[in-house]
Design a protein around this ligand. Sequence first.
Ligand code: PNS
Length: 165
Amino acid sequence: MRIAVYPGSFDPVTMGHLDIINRSALLVDKLVVGVLNNNSKTPLFSVGERVNMLKEVTKKIPNVEITSFSGLLVDFVDSLDAKIVIRGLRAITDFEYELQMSQTNRMLNGSIDTIFLNTNLKYSYLSSSMVKEVAQYGGDIGEFVPEQVIAKVYEKYGISKESIS
Ligand code: PNS
């Protein structure tokens, strides 16, 4: 069975993430989306909230599982008996960081490879940070995150979805 892991912070999941999940689920038997539980960052959403949002937006994709992890990515991947890490590349600016991360992971565990999928051009500008930046000032994030996530983001900033025109 070919298992791949798509790791990330997903704070919150964006349309770009969902595009990568949909496409990589077609390439493998099982795709595990790993939500980083990292105490050193202060996320907008708790790890439980991020896992639940991902479960909600991927519930129609049969071979996708959502779970959180802490510690090293390679250890998480190894614990699942997986050999593949999936990452999305939006633009050349992502490349340096992504290459460094995949090289480090290969140094730590040479049996794990990272496969990069180019993000759909439609979402190539998009990031979770931008979503938060726009939402906190009451901007429209309707095109940026899945329908089920929109109100949850505004709620964090005390804004009701209905007040956004
Ligand atoms: O969505 P992000 O924040 O760009 O995802 C980054 C992530 C979670 C893939 C990366 O920070 C990670 O793998 N963290 C786990 C710790 C680890 O293994 N670090 C060594 C590899 S650089």
